[in-house]
Design a protein around this ligand. Structure first.
Ligand SMILES: [Zn+2]
Length: 101
């Protein structure tokens, strides 16, 4: 014997239940995404983006330059390259001297 079709009220409650569960799922996914971002941040913080080894922080004229302990890659934070290039006291040449070879 076939079930009766849902009444409008039952449809409404079924839809509501779906929306509620969907919201819970979305909250869960957002928490996971935040946890994953945090996990990746911890995993990669002060690690070379090329080889994954530790970065060593060097003070250079009030900015922090990160140099890889393994592949010698040099990494700058946002704005630091501009700072080095536009500094009138010849920072760029010193920068090259410190990091060449
Ligand atoms: Zn490296």
């Amino acid at each position: 014997m076939a079930e009766k079709p849902l009444s409008k009220e039952e449809e409404y409650f079924a839809r509501q239940e779906f929306e509620r569960k969907k919201k819970t799922d979305e909250d869960q996914q957002q928490k996971l995404a935040a946890a994953e971002r945090e996990r990746l941040r911890e995993l990669h913080h002060m690690r070379c983006p090329k080889c994954g080894m530790h970065l060593i922080e060097i003070d250079f004229r009030n900015i922090k330059i990160d140099r890889c302990s393994h592949c010698d890659g040099v990494w700058l934070d946002a704005g630091e390259l501009d700072h080095i290039l536009t500094d009138k006291s010849g920072s760029f040449l010193s920068f090259l001297n410190v990091f060449k070879g």
